[in-house]
Design a protein around this ligand. Structure first.
Ligand code: ADP
Ligand code: MG
Length: 326
């Protein structure tokens, strides 16, 4: 449905989006997850034809957004981060204006306005001025205008920012509903929001794609245990030497406890953490040293998200793996 290939955007010397590639298939709700400044809005503005790219391609159903903008744009409805609402107008007046700009006329325009008003549940405020509406209702009007023209894809840039908790729940429910008849792409910097609404998550950090997949799949893979904790009564130096001889232990934080024991937290680059645990156990046994405790530490998705987005550079292993599983 949408193919983004090697998309790059520079603002002067600053590279806001760097070599971004991904495919969006029909019939899913995609969450574009990343901290502020990650490049979400830049990417969405380019995908919807509102901003030019420095390099790369975006195709909507085969139509290049820069070469065939009319055909490509017809397939997308967009709610930008700052929706261009006309405060003095009523939702109906505003929707008529946007509908006409999208080429709708007469009975078709009227029918579609009624349809999007119903879908976004703004019947009650249809004839009030937009400036008098709450932020939640304004956001609904913004979504309503994106739905005009019945585009296949709806792109929403941080639709829940600035809303109160009840409005957030309502907008999330609306996004889920839209997902039944449209391909939806929405951005957020809130992990839990993306987890609950989307069936596909793209994590973007510093302009790069760092992970892409189904929430459960990402969770399963990213949350695999990645640290081994051990406790021993051997000496700190002894433990250090012993661990340096165990393969695939990439880092070890060794500490003495108040009780006279030594604990170590080991990190590994091996996919099979149990194989590394076994090797640690065998190294202790071979040296006739006692392992008093051994456990595996799981990260939580919040930690993983922070790590992925703070480290910045894409985790090649993750994106390569994701490509294989796709
Ligand atoms: P996000 O939507 O994920 O918060 P943006 O796409 O808005 O991220 O911004 C990505 C980066 O590009 C940020 O560092 C931002 O400061 C920078 N940026 C965005 N728009 C412009 C612009 N018009 N000129 C210069 N820098 C910009
Ligand atoms: Mg943004």
């Amino acid at each position: 449905m949408i193919s983004v290939e090697h998309l790059t955007k520079c603002y002067g010397d600053f590279m806001a989006v760097e070599d971004l590639s991904f495919e969006i298939d029909e019939g899913h709700v995609y969450g574009f997850l990343g901290p502020n400044g990650a490049g979400k809005s830049t990417t969405m503005n380019i995908m919807t034809g509102c901003l030019s790219a420095t390099a790369g391609h975006v195709r909507i159903d085969g139509h290049d957004i820069f070469e065939e903008p009319d055909k490509a744009k017809k397939l997308i409805g967009y709610l930008p981060e700052q929706p261009p609402l006309y405060m003095a107008e009523t939702p109906v007046e505003y929707l008529r204006f946007v509908g006409e700009a999208k080429g709708l006329r007469g009975a078709e325009l009227k029918a579609q306005i009624e349809d999007v008003i119903r879908q976004t549940k703004i019947e009650d405020v249809r004839n009030r001025r937009i400036q008098a509406l709450s932020k939640g209702y304004r956001q609904r009007v913004g979504i309503a205008q994106a739905l005009l023209g019945n585009p296949k894809v709806i792109v929403l840039d941080e639709p829940t920012v600035g809303l109160d908790p009840i409005q957030i729940i309502e907008i999330r429910a609306l996004i889920k509903e839209l997902g039944q008849n449209h391909t939806v792409i929405f951005s957020s910097h809130i992990l839990s929001e993306v987890q609950t609404i989307c069936d596909q998550i793209l994590i973007i950090a510093k302009g790069k794609l760092v992970a892409f997949g189904e929430p459960q799949q990402l969770e399963k893979r990213l949350l695999a245990p990645n640290e081994i904790m051990i406790t021993t009564d051997a000496g700190k130096e002894e433990v250090k030497i012993l661990l340096s001889g165990v393969g695939h232990v990439t880092a070890a934080e060794i500490k003495e406890t108040d009780g006279g024991l030594v604990t170590a937290c080991l990190k590994t680059d091996h996919d099979d953490i149990y194989a590394v645990s076994r090797a640690v156990f065998e190294a202790f046994a071979a040296n006739k040293l006692a392992l008093l405790e051994m456990s595996l530490k799981k990260a939580n998705l919040e930690d993983v998200f922070l790590e992925l987005t703070e480290s910045g550079g894409p985790d090649e292993k993750i994106s390569e793996e994701e490509k294989k599983t796709k």
